[in-house]
Design a protein around this ligand. Structure first.
Ligand code: FES
Ligand code: FES
Length: 128
């Protein structure tokens, strides 16, 4: 199966690979796994006091489509509010990357990771 050019671009030049301090109260961390294939994705956001995502980082142990989906997700999240970032859909990611049906779950993983990171950040604010 051939990867689309956009997948290859993100796979070869992944944006925003890295790690943030998960204990920082401004950082939200989402860790999700895909039961279908065992791939794991960690996505982190740094949110400022206005609720804007200033930075996003990811680390994905998985296939090219999962890496490309998370790379794209971090690009799209930067500069967005939490509410805006929440509306990012796996279908939009899959469309942008032209993922074939068998790889749709890789983009679902990215959407799940976005939501998990936002949830983690919000629960930290409630606890603070
Ligand atoms: Fe290879 Fe998902 S890990 S296809
Ligand atoms: Fe499972 Fe891509 S094959 S995340």
């Amino acid at each position: 199966m051939a990867y689309s050019e956009k997948v290859i671009d993100h796979y070869e030049n992944p944006r925003n690979v890295g790690k943030m301090d998960a204990s920082d109260s401004h950082v939200g961390t989402g860790m999700v796994g895909a039961p279908a294939c065992g791939d794991v994705m960690r996505l982190q956001i740094r949110v400022n006091d206005s609720g804007v995502i200033e930075d996003a980082k990811f680390k994905t142990y998985g296939c090219g489509s999962a890496i490309a989906s998370s790379s794209l997700a971090t690009e799209w999240m930067k500069g967005k509010t939490l509410e805006e970032a929440e509306t990012i859909k796996n279908t939009t990611i899959a469309e942008e990357l032209a993922l074939p049906p068998v790889k749709i779950h890789c983009s679902v993983l990215a959407e799940d990771a976005i939501k998990a990171a936002i949830d983690d950040y919000r629960s930290k604010q409630q606890g603070a």
